[in-house]
Every structure is written in structure tokens, then in C-alpha cells.
Design a protein around this ligand. Structure first.
Ligand code: SF4
Length: 379
């Protein structure tokens, strides 16, 4: 059995108004203190991983803005990972990069330490839209990042985009789509902007200072994205994830298919041997606890019902759907038992769900409505 490893880098140069990931402002001294705590956490966490599972087939360093990390931070971290784990020969090693924090020396260094899947957080090619998100990069930063990835021989890389931005029209979305497709990244994630509670963006939207596209326009935008992706050879394997064949993100598939993964750093989640747990989302407490040799864990006390709902939600958002046999083994019942019978029948008749002997999955017309379908379907 192999494992996926997620490492959270909880620092950003600038805090974007729409973001609710756990992060704080970057300081060099804090980075060193964090590195010490992270190394302690890794040492302690490895003890909870059975020896036979200490084989990594994916590593994902996300954040925050991991592309701000110093070479020293990365070198020590990778040395430790190599000490504690064996790496699969075809390891997928993803690393999130903000375009403005990248140059050729840094990308070359990332390649040297084993990163083989940089992910560029471009979000949009429209400067005005980027400003509404408080993103600091310029268009040339985005183009340079992709150019460097190609020049350095990265066969696999991803671009993250967002739609449904304040003041985004169908025409502006189409401009973004044309630009991202022209770059031909092997993988594109196209997320719909979520207005998260308590964020500066929410305050502006509530105060009427920013207007979001209405639901009809959002649905048309998603349809447009899906069609363009298909036309240009991208396969949708999850609601927001599009890839050229063979370039699906193994790490994210591991989450969605509920395989084992270990998450390190504040706010990181883990799922090992059917046991789910998370770290506290507080850097000071995280550092304090680890300085005493204690893992900063919150054990998940979720009921079996919420685990079932989560398995259905994760499964139905992927193109493969829910694997019947896996579900039955895990929860001791057929998946249909966890679904509203009449709703399921109606959704099958309407062509939104296509069950077969091995899987239950959403059809091409069902996937864009995944959230609504899941809400109605789960008991
Ligand atoms: S969106 Fe990215 S760069 Fe902006 S605050 Fe969140 S984690 Fe940091």
C-alpha cells in the first residue's frame, strides 16, 4: 500500500481578499521556526504510518504560497522525506507556484529536488479581474512561468483558473479561455469562485460594492468552459479538473477516491487506515505543541452518516463516479441504500445519472449540476 503526502506552506506575501485557506504573512524568521516544527511533525507522524505503507507515490506542496519557500527550507524538507519514505519510481511531485514569485533559478531548483508537476496559480489573464481578487501578478508573470516550465523540460504542469469573478462577463471569460488553451498546459483546474464567509470579498459583495455573475450566467460559463476544454482535447475527470489523457492529478484522485494520505502543517488533513484526522489551523499553537513533542491533531469525530455523505459527494464529483464494490466494503451496504430512492430514479430517467454494474456516475449533463444533485440525493 502506498501513500500520498501533502505539505502545507502557510505563508503568503500578500493576503488575497477571497481566500479562506489557512495562511499568514511571510517572514524569514517564521519560516525557520516553522521548518523546525514541520520536521518534528514529520518525524512523529511517520510512526503512525505502517512500515509497508511508507512508500510515496505522490507529494503535493501547497499553501499558502510554497513558491516563497527558501531553498534551505526545501532542501531540509526533501532530505527528511527521503529519510523517512521510499519514493515510487513514477512519483508525482506537485508544487504550487504564484507566477510573480518565480524565476528560472527557482524553477530549476524545484526540478532538481524532484518536482515534476509545477502548478501555476494564474486564475485569470485580465488585470482588472485579478485586482478584484487582490492577486499581485501581471500577465507577463503568467506567460513567463509557463514559458520557463517548457524551457526547463517539464512534461507535466498545471494551470489553476477561476471563473465567476466579480464583473466577469461571458466575453471576459471567453478571453481567459482562449488564453489558457493557447498555452496548452497538460492540466487545467477551472474553479468557480466561492464567496467564503468572513472574507473581505464577502464584505464587499454584501455591501454591494462588487457584483457577481448571476446563476444563469454562471451555468453558461461552466458549460462554455466544459465545451471548449473538450474541443481542445481536455478530458473532464472531476467537476473542476480537466486534463490531457494521462495527465490527471494522481494526488487529487487519491483524495477523491479516499485512499490513504498524510497531511502535514497547520490545517492539513490526513486519512490513514480508515482513520481521519486534521491539524489545528493555528501556526502559533502548531509550533508550540511540536516544540513539546506533541502532534497538533484534532481527531475527526464525524458520524458514520457524514462519512457516507462525504464518500458520495467526492465520488460523484469525479468522472469515474462511485465504485460500488469499494463503497460496499467500506460501509457494509450497497450505495443505493444511502441515496433517496425516488430522487435517484428521477435523476436516472432525466439522464443525469448513469449507473452500471460497477459504478454510479453523473453523466456529462449531470456533472455541471453536481452540487445540486448531491444535495438532493443524499439521505
Ligand atoms: S489565494 Fe493563494 S496567494 Fe492568495 S492568500 Fe490565498 S493562499 Fe495566499
Amino acid at each position: 500500500m502506498s501513500l500520498s503526502l501533502y505539505i502545507h506552506f502557510p505563508f503568503c506575501a500578500n493576503l488575497c481578499g477571497y481566500c479562506d485557506f489557512y495562511k499568514t504573512t511571510y517572514h524569514t524568521e517564521q519560516e525557520q521556526i516553522y521548518l523546525d516544527a514541520l520536521r518534528t511533525e514529520l518525524r512523529l507522524a511517520v510512526n503512525d504510518v505502517p512500515v509497508e505503507s511508507r512508500v510515496l507515490d505522490s507529494i503535493y506542496i501547497g499553501g499558502g504560497t510554497p513558491s516563497l519557500a527558501s531553498f534551505h527550507f526545501l532542501r531540509d524538507l526533501i532530505d527528511d522525506i527521503n529519510n523517512y519514505f521510499r519514493l515510487a519510481r513514477d512519483l508525482e511531485f506537485s508544487f504550487e507556484i504564484n507566477p510573480e514569485s518565480l524565476d528560472s533559478v527557482k524553477l530549476e531548483y524545484l526540478k532538481k529536488i524532484g518536482v515534476n508537476r509545477p502548478i501555476f496559480g494564474i486564475q485569470s489573464f485580465n488585470l482588472r479581474l485579478l485586482k478584484t481578487l487582490d492577486r499581485k501578478h501581471k500577465l507577463e508573470d503568467s506567460f513567463r512561468a509557463v514559458y520557463l516550465a517548457r524551457a526547463l523540460g517539464f512534461a507535466n504542469f498545471g494551470v489553476d483558473m477561476i471563473f465567476g469573478l466579480p464583473r466577469q462577463s461571458a466575453k471576459l471569460l471567453s478571453d481567459d479561455l482562449n488564453q489558457v488553451i493557447a498555452l496548452e498546459p497538460p492540466h487545467i483546474s477551472y474553479y468557480q469562485l466561492t464567496v467564503e464567509k468572513g472574507t473581505p470579498l464577502e464584505k464587499k459583495v454584501t455591501a454591494g460594492k462588487l457584483r457577481l455573475p448571476d446563476n444563469d450566467l454562471l451555468a453558461a460559463m461552466y458549460r462554455g468552459i466544459s465545451e471548449e476544454m473538450k474541443k481542445h482535447g481536455y478530458f473532464r475527470y472531476e467537476v473542476s479538473s480537466f486534463a490531457r489523457p494521462g495527465f490527471e492529478c494522481r494526488h487529487n484522485l487519491r483524495y477523491w477516491e479516499e485512499g490513504d494520505f498524510l497531511g502535514l502543517g497547520p490545517s492539513a488533513h490526513s486519512f490513514i487506515g480508515n482513520r481521519r484526522f486534521a491539524n489545528l489551523s493555528d501556526l502559533s499553537v502548531y509550533i508550540q505543541k511540536l516544540s513539546k513533542g506533541v502532534r497538533p491533531l484534532i481527531f475527526d469525530t464525524d458520524s458514520i452518516d457524514s462519512r457516507i455523505s462525504e464518500a458520495i459527494m467526492l465520488g460523484l464529483r469525479t468522472a469515474r463516479g462511485i465504485e460500488r464494490e469499494h463503497f460496499a466494503r467500506r460501509f457494509g451496504m450497497p450505495v443505493e441504500k444511502a441515496l433517496r430512492e425516488e430522487t435517484l430514479r428521477a435523476l436516472i430517467d432525466a439522464g443525469f445519472i448513469a449507473p452500471d454494474s460497477s459504478h454510479i456516475r453523473l453523466t456529462d449533463s449531470g456533472l455541471p449540476l453536481a452540487d445540486e444533485i448531491i444535495r438532493r440525493l443524499v439521505k
